[in-house]
Design a protein around this ligand. Sequence first.
Ligand SMILES: [Zn+2]
Length: 455
Amino acid sequence: MPAPILPSPAPVPVSAETRLAYVLQHFTLAYPGAQAVAVGYPATRPEVEIADLSGDFFNEINPYPPAPCWREWQGQQVPFFFDNSVENPLLIFEKHKVFISADIISAAFYLLSGWQEYFSSERDQYQRFPYAASVQRSYNFVMLPVVNYYFSVLKTAIEHVGGQALALRRWGSQQAEFAAFISHDVDRLHSAWKAPAKTALQQGRFWLFGQRLWRHLTQPDAWDNLEAVAAATAKYGAKSTFFILPSAEKALNGTPNADYPLTTALWQRFHALRQQGCQIAMHGSLGTATNALKLRDESEANYLVGGLRFHYLSWAPRYTIFVVEETGFRYDSTLGFAEHVGFRNSYCQPFYPFNFFAGRAATFLEIPLVVMDTTLHHPAYLQLVPEEILPFLQPVFAEIRKFGGVATVLWHNENFDPNNTQNGPQQFHEIMGYLQQQGAAFLTGHEIAEEITPG
Ligand SMILES: [Zn+2]
């Protein structure tokens, strides 16, 4: 089947009005009770007046703005892009008006929209935008949801003018301060035996190899464990979201997709998991991030609709937004950096990515990915020892809690294998215990989308 014709990534200037509307749309989602206060640039004489400091940046195609200025806000050093006046206080209060000295609208738009990855041509071996090419890496702020700090500045200004305190979004029936989204990409169900068997063979321990092969042929694989995974999350009152990979064909470059076929027996198990409240969603195979027809074929033929995450966190910044819009998914949860824990769009709440071609917010919700198990312990990524994992994550979870965000955790089912003592079940349970103790509302991807846009 031929690949569909994709629109070319021609630069489309993004007007100040568009940027402002996009950012305020998200501010209102973060602070649902926000009253109507005029926010804007000096020309419109608004009540909250933002310094207009982006110049021609959004009419051009430079992926990176000038270096940010650092200011303290809420006891934290925060980078402010489009700010050239650190000698001025950030907020200047008058009786019925507030001036904001940094262009936080442009800065929020820049980070939230994914401007850097759209206009940068840096890609890694999987055609992803690399963390190494990001402003988060250049200025070392990937663990800080900077856009949420900008919104906190804006909130202070709006409260001054509106005379009314604004409250952050709360989550779930218990109105929790933050949410946790526990998800599992199901890449492999039958391969736990392979690595130990191969080692035995390489070491010439044929008896051991034979034993492993026999066990493989006669017993369920240690990774064929979806029910155990659901039970492990249920211990904390959580319901798992499983992203199922319907393609078992290798990609053109030989990278594997699933190691299992979608059999009737497997579907019966998915059905039972759904009955328990788990969500069964779509894991887009390699190639689908740039191919709407293939993605639609794989998802609709297998009734894997509603929620999506791409295998290998594949995301082609210039194309994938169209692909996801075209196929009608309600939410995606791919956007995190594989290389590092934290916030790829510097935002800890669900958001609508920006469709640069159409010049508007995308039609699907992004529930940004914050923590992936493989990121924590991998030769190419972070190399944390088991005792370092939870302490490393705690400040990130604290930021999410502070701003009413979603702690999206990806723990592959294969990493519930008790033989994994690096980023395995023990580390998962430590994270879950901590999130529970911090008062997270555990929600499936579907439930999160439902809270943002009911329907
Ligand atoms: Zn995967």
